[in-house]
Write a new protein. Structure first.
Length: 116
């Protein structure tokens, strides 16, 4: 089992920055790719950014490319999402995701609200 806990969400104004963190515990050596997803009210959960097991490869949704940066520190079992130039449309609950032994694990989510 893998447990994930997110932190760092909050209420900010458009143009501000936030840094989300995800701490993994449990069978952390089994964790491969990790990702950030988000879900806005009335919308489906969507992939925001993903990083490979080593952190050497990353993927970003077009909507956040150039503004968000995903990173991970396997030594500390953490993953982060640096979010710059935030927009009101970035408002959502952000979830940490980890893949381990062909299973998907999720955190409880952290709310990000961007006011215009």
């Amino acid at each position: 089992q893998v447990q994930l806990v997110e932190s760092g969400g909050g209420l900010v104004q458009a143009g501000d920055s936030l840094r989300l963190s995800c701490v993994a515990s449990g069978r952390t050596l089994s964790i491969g790719p990790m990702a950030w997803f988000r879900q806005a009210p009335g919308k489906e959960r969507e992939l925001v950014a993903e990083t490979s097991g080593s952190g050497g490869r990353t993927y970003y949704a077009d909507s956040v490319k150039g503004r968000f940066t995903i990173s991970r520190d396997n030594g500390k079992n953490t993953m982060s999402l640096q979010m710059n130039s935030l927009k009101p449309e970035d408002t959502a609950i952000y979830y940490c995701n980890a893949q381990a032994y062909s299973a998907n694990y999720w955190g409880q989510g952290t709310q990000v609200t961007v006011s215009s």
